[in-house]
Design a protein around this ligand. Structure first.
Ligand code: 5GP
Ligand code: MG
Length: 500
């Protein structure tokens, strides 16, 4: 019998129109919004607590709390101290797992993942956790981030070893030496040579491991259960939902091993913190805490500063829900202009397995957001959103609000213009697709059809985050890439217009 195995998800996708490897469809195909980072989660309890703790269910709920970080695929690996079983599939956490599947995933430690693809396409093979047999056992790994020297790392592996096309697969193969052995020893040797963003949670049959790149680009936190057991997760909100207490962040350049001996920490590289500023703008949940402060508090503060930087006379401040809500609250507070709701969001909108019909498709953004005509008619509106990427969302909103009788529309954005692609885990468009890569602020205003447009300045955004400027990655806003990119990582996309 194989000691460890991977289980492909049940055929619940049968009958779905699967074209070109596409397993799901955006309701609004014109809204190709950026794909954010992934979510990772890991839990360890003593083997004697396995039945009570139900680690696969804890992992399910942890991933459920992190669903906003990746909606293409989900997976859980679990070990009962003798073998690792991985179950993963395309789709949302709630689509991939049900009670009967979770009941088969028994053990005392688990890692989980929800994914947006940043390297490699969204296919089952590329879903995570990735798994590798070492001959003596197995290693399952979940990764949030994006490596920038994948090619160089892959060259170190014998030909024919890789079965998937992700940076994560390469990393898993390097950390799972043939014949077994201590993954920490492998990590000590490999991680200092890995470049890019990686928040990792991985496991063998007995031990849960975590590691974070020296820049700490993506978040990763350690939590504990009051009685006994440990959790590692992308965001503190995932600790809250499983009833774990926040202990501390996994430090940049640190790795952890967690088992019956407790938590052992080791540094594999000097910390050079460059936390992603866009986590504050959009990626992280508002109820997540970074450096002791809720992301919501930062976003409201950004809104206050936005009001001071870009004031305008108006009758009502409305958010683009949900992502624009905290900044709109701050804007209204600082400007004294009443806050109101002008757009209603369908909370259930997301990816669907039903291909939208042509008529539905033409309605575009209305599937997601619908205007409240009585609230809007005749009013001068300030519309607040967190970011403009391609500009499609705000262009559609401006048109919809005008249609509903708005007298004036002033768009205010709680991040600076996004002019540069991300190589560290957000699938932002190529430079040519980023509206701010091509157009000035006035050009963007004109393209949106707004009466005025204001972006918060980079300095004000950084001030609101309360993190020193030098400890942040601001590359998508200022083009300064803190982890040097060589030509192969930049590819042709960075500097030239490209359609791929
Ligand atoms: P645009 O329509 O300009 O291309 O995209 C802007 C919209 O996308 C904003 O409403 C913003 O909230 C949202 N957005 C920003 N970053 C991300 C991301 O990483 N993932 C997803 N799904 N949406 C994002
Ligand atoms: Mg949004």
């Amino acid at each position: 019998m194989r000691r460890s195995e991977q289980v492909k998800g049940a055929p619940r996708l049968a009958g779905v129109p699967l074209g070109d490897g596409q397993l799901s469809h955006d309701l609004d195909p014109s809204d190709r919004s950026p794909k954010d980072a992934c979510g990772v989660f890991g839990v360890w309890v003593p083997p004697s607590e396995a039945d009570r703790a139900e680690v696969s269910k804890l992992t399910y709920y942890g991933l459920y709390a992190l669903q906003h970080r990746g909606q293409e695929s989900a997976g859980i690996a679990v070990s009962d101290a003798s073998r690792i079983v991985v179950f993963k599939d395309m789709g949302l956490v709630s689509q991939v797992f049900d009670e009967s599947v979770l009941n088969t995933l028994r053990g005392h430690l688990a890692v989980g993942h929800c994914r947006y693809s940043t390297t490699g396409s969204p296919t089952w093979e590329n879903a995570q956790p990735t798994f590798r047999s070492t001959g003596a056992g197995g290693l399952a790994l979940a990764h949030n981030g994006n490596l920038i020297n994948t090619g160089e790392l892959a060259d170190r592996l014998p030909p024919g070893v890789l079965t998937a096309t992700t940076d994560t697969e390469v990393l898993t193969a390097l950390l799972a030496p043939h014949g077994g052995g201590d993954p920490i020893a492998a990590a000590r040797e490999i991680l200092p040579t890995v470049r890019g963003a990686y928040s990792l949670v991985f496991m063998d049959e007995h031990t849960l491991y975590a590691a974070r790149d020296p820049e700490g680009v993506r978040p990763l936190v350690l939590g504990s259960f009051e009685d006994v057991g440990w959790v590692v997760a992308s965001e503190t909100a995932a600790l809250d939902i499983v009833g774990a207490k926040f202990v501390r962040e996994v430090e940049p350049g640190e790795m952890l091993a967690i088992d019956a001996d407790g938590v052992r920490s080791e540094r594999f590289a000097e910390a050079r913190p460059k936390g992603c500023l866009f986590e504050y703008v959009y990626l992280a949940r508002p109820d997540t805490t970074i450096a002791g402060r809720s992301v919501q508090a930062t976003r409201v503060e950004v809104g206050r500063r936005l009001a001071r930087e870009h004031p305008v006379e108006a009758d009502m401040v409305i958010p683009t829900p949900e992502s624009g809500t905290p900044a709109a609250i701050g804007y209204a507070e600082a400007s004294g202009i009443p806050y109101g709701q002008g757009l209603v969001k369908n909370s259930y909108v997301g990816r669907t397995f039903i291909q939208p019909s042509q008529t539905i498709r033409e309605l575009g953004i209305r599937l997601k957001l619908n205007p409240l005509r009585e609230a809007i008619e005749g009013k001068r509106l300030i519309v607040v959103d967190d970011s403009i990427v391609r500009g499609n969302t705000q262009r559609a909103i401006v048109a919809m609000l005008r249609d509903s009788g708005a007298a004036e529309i002033h768009v205010r954005i709680s991040s600076p213009p996004i002019s540069w692609p991300c190589f560290y885990g957000i699938d932002f468009a190529t430079r040519a697709e980023l509206i701010a890569g091509e157009l000035s602020v006035e050009g963007i205003r004109d393209s949106l059809g707004a009466d005025s447009l204001g972006f918060i300045s980079l300095d004000e955004l950084i001030a609101a985050s309360r993190i020193p400027k030098d400890d942040l990655c601001r590359a998508c806003f200022d083009g300064v890439y803190p982890i040097p990119l060589d030509e192969s990582a930049r590819g042709k996309h960075l500097l030239e217009p490209s359609t791929t």
